[in-house]
Each structure stands twice: as C-alpha cells, then as structure tokens.
Design a protein around this ligand. Structure first.
Ligand SMILES: *Cc1c(COP(=O)(O)O)cnc(C)c1O
Length: 466
C-alpha cells in the first residue's frame, strides 16, 4: 500500500464530508447490526486488505456512521462540526504526545495549564486547579472522590468503610454517573439521595435541607451535594446560591455538574443561571458538548489548589515525575497515566473563534432554543411539555383524532429518525412521552430549526393519514 496515496485520497474524503455537513446529506443510513456486519465486512482476516479495499473501508465507515455534524442532528447533548477543533484533533494525533509529563508533552502541558487557568477565571476560582479528564462522568467521579477524601482523609490509605455512612445528594433528574461514582468509591449507589425538583426541574432547596436533616437524624453523614447545571431532559439549572448556603452551614462539598450546560458560563447574557458558581468546590465542564469540541474534551475544575494531587498521587511519588523543567507535571493530578492532549483541540478552537466568538456561539444556542420554543408555542398541533430553561425544548405532537399520545409520538420520532432527515431524542416526563430538541451546534441558524419542524410535521401528517 502506498501511504501517501491513501493520505491524498483521505484528504479528498474529508473535504467531501465537511462540504456535506449541512442539511443536504442524510443523517443516518439506518441498518440493523447484522446487516452492517456484512455490509462493512467487519471481521479481520488472516490476509490484509488491498489499498483500494482499505480506502473502501473509510468510505463505508463514514457512510454508515451517524452524521453528528449535520444541522439536523438535534438528538444528543453534543453535536456540530467544529473546524479548528477538528484540526487540533488531527494534529494532536499526529504528534501523539502523552499528557503525564512536560518532558514528553511540553507544548500540550503549557496549553492545558493555560486552558485550566482560563476556565477557572470564568468559574471565579481564584486559587483553583483542574485537570482534563475522560468525560463528564469521570469528572463527577473525581469530584465525589475528592469530597470523600476531604471528609474522611484515611480513606486514601485504609479504604472506605461503610461504617462512615456517607450520603450524597443530587437532583432527582441528575445524571446517572453519580450512582456509578458512589458504586465505584465503595459508598454504594443507594446512598445517593435524589432530592425533589420543582415543575421546571430545579432542585428544591427546602427539600435538600429536609433530606439532610433526616440523614443526620438517622446517624448518616452527608458529605456531597450536586448542583446540576442543566439537567439532561429539561435543561434546568439548580439554584447554586441556596444550595451553597446549605452546604456552607453543614460543611458539605458542593459540586457543579456542568457537563451539559457548564459552557453557559461563557455567555454574559445568560451566565446568571450559574450565579455564585465561585462558591462551589468543584465544577465539571465539558467543552465536548456545547463548545462542539470533538469527543473527548472535558475538565474538572476544583476551587482549592493541591486537592487533586494530594488525593491522587501523593501516596506513591511516582518515578516518572521529576518536575525538572520549572512546571508541574500534570500527570500527578490525574487518575490516568497515559492521557490524550484533549486541551489542545480546545485551545485551537478558542484561538480561532476568540473569547468573543465563543460567547456569541453560546448566545446563539440559546437564541435558537428560544426560536424553536416559539414555533412550538405558536403551532396548534404542537404542545410544549415544560417551559424552556436553556438549550432543551420539550414538546409533543397532538394528532387531530387524539388517541394514545405516547404511542403516536414514539412512532413519530422513530419514523423521523429512520427517514434520515432529522433526529431528536425523547424521554418521559410524568409518564408522558416528550420529544426533546437540543440546540448544541453553535452554527445552527433559524432556517435549520424551520427545516426540522417541516420534517417533523410532514412525518406527523403521514402518520395521521395512516
Ligand atoms: C453528559 C452529561 C454527563 C456525562 O458526561 P460524559 O462526558 O458524557 O461522560 C454528566 N452530567 C450531565 C448533566 C450530562 O449532561
């Protein structure tokens, strides 16, 4: 095989793919797994493929993958194609350095250090620290781990004993990763208390106070509270000021899970939803969602410098960390050893758009969600399921002849998805199926939202005619 020839063909394929990244290509060519196995020839054989077969594999990979950069991909909490971040990803892979030491990754180390500083300046952590991790779930795990070790320092060497009876508190609509974290940390998933939220999906501070009091009365030890900064269904922001008051009173670790909506902090117009973020102890921020950086790009910020290193590697001063170059080796703050230079693609993107450009991208997301909400509100056959909080619009279609709305809307969503024209997700709100449209792609325009509703309404009419 001639690698340079493959490279040139690959470049052409990338060019075509990027050009089609609007509304023109279908989002998915849906195939069943068994069909896909055969179609792409998934099995690796004794004999290697030829150059043309290899190029063909690239085509098939792209062809049957979901086009998450397409403007009609409104399904997930991430979407979009971010050109400079893509470039950053390509060159990160080309250089293939590993984040543990300055020795191996000098440029990436100064870049990650600067990205953490910049993100901390938005979070208002004056003496903060942070580390890029392998996703928001892992950021949440490290936050809970840091909180556990603060309240029971001996856990670091002795391990966690259930006699400690720790209890964590999250919004009942919080992400499932907190139960996973409690499971992994030995605390146990059942010790994550789900606190009631109001009609808009925000945690009710009085309910939190009540749950904490009850736990204390039963001899349990509250230690960790999560303010979800945009819940996955309704896009609700928990009220940080009130939660911070409660946490300060009881000396609890307050973590902001901004895995979805943390990037809102960039917007001067809307960041009031995260007011008092500087009073939290840690903050999970996922640029791979609303900043459209290719997966994975995720950071955990902590208010107090030294927390991460103390909890993670101070136990075994590892042979690879020499700190000889007047800069901290970032590996000491990570539970990973080899680690991708995920901050680099963020840096390329931030440089390309500028601080101002990114503010505008986030404002645009809110504007697009507001626009989508207004379309729903003004259409006689669309019903808003909950008042829009941020980037999520929850609604359903009301067929003229009535009937089972859950069944109709489920079928509508499935038909739309399989049409390849647009894709949105769904969930249940008080047992009622709600379609969830997410504006995560910073380049969305009103025409994209219009096209989405055209596609949806045309599928709905087909379904009504059946
Ligand atoms: C997406 C999300 C997570 C998990 O983040 P990953 O990067 O997917 O692991 C956690 N919490 C919330 C609120 C999220 O939306």
């Amino acid at each position: 095989m001639d690698n340079l020839r493959i490279l040139e063909s690959s470049f052409e394929k990338i060019r075509t793919y990027i050009r089609n990244n609007n509304n023109s290509d279908s989002i998915v060519k849906f195939k069943k797994p068994s069909e896909l196995n055969t179609l792409i020839g998934v099995q690796v054989e004794e004999q290697n493929v030829t150059e043309n077969e290899f190029l063909d594999l690239i085509d098939k990979y792209l062809d049957y993958s979901v086009k998450t950069g397409n403007k009609q991909f409104l399904n997930q909490l991430y979407s979009g194609f971010n050109f400079p971040a893509f470039i950053g990803e390509v060159f990160s892979a080309l250089a293939n350095t590993s984040m543990y030491t300055y020795e191996v990754a000098p440029v990436a180390t100064v870049i990650e250090t600067e990205m953490v500083r910049l993100m901390n300046s938005y979070a208002g952590y004056k003496n903060g620290d942070g580390i890029f991790v392998s996703g928001g779930s892992n950021a949440n795990l490290i936050a809970m781990f840091s909180a556990r070790n603060r309240i029971i320092p001996e856990c670091r060497v002795d391990g966690y004993d259930t006699k400690h009876k720790l209890k964590a508190f999250v919004n009942e609509q919080a992400h499932y990763s907190f139960e996973t974290a409690a499971n992994i940390l030995g605390i146990g998933a059942k010790n994550v208390v789900k606190v009631k939220s109001d009609a808009k999906g925000k945690m009710i501070p009085d309910e939190l106070q009540k749950e904490i009091n009850e736990c204390i009365d039963r001899g349990k030890k509250p230690f960790f509270v999560v303010a979800t900064c945009a819940t996955t269904l309704l896009g609700a922001y928990d009220p940080i000021p009130q939660l911070a008051d409660i946490c300060e009173k009881h000396k609890l670790w307050l973590h902001a899970d901004g895995s979805f909506g943390g990037s809102l902090i960039l917007s001067e117009t809307h960041r009031h939803l995260m007011k008092d973020i500087e009073r939290t102890d840690s903050f999970a921020w996922n640029p791979h969602k609303l900043m459209n950086i290719p997966l994975i790009c995720s950071a955990l910020l902590v208010k107090k410098r030294g927390t991460l290193q103390h909890n993670i590697t101070d136990i075994n001063t590892d042979y690879i960390y020499h700190d000889i170059d007047q800069i901290e080796d970032l590996g000491k703050k990570s539970i990973q050893c080899g680690r991708k230079v995920d901050a680099v693609k963020l840096w390329f993107a931030w440089k390309y758009f500028g601080l101002k450009g990114y503010k505008q991208r986030i404002d645009n997301l809110i504007n697009m969600a507001t626009y989508a909400e207004s379309i729903v509100a003004n259409h006689p056959q669309l019903e808003l399921m909950s008042e829009r909080q941020s980037f999520s619009v929850c609604f359903r279609y009301l067929p003229k002849k009535g009937g089972d709305l859950n069944k109709f809307n489920l079928e509508l969503r499935e038909n739309l998805r399989k049409s390849g024209k647009s894709i949105v997700n769904y969930s249940y709100l008080n047992k009622q199926l709600t379609i969830r449209l997410i504006t995560a792609n910073g380049e969305l325009a009103k025409s994209d939202i219009d096209l989405f509703f055209e596609n949806l309404l045309s599928e709905a009419q087909n379904l009504e005619a059946k």
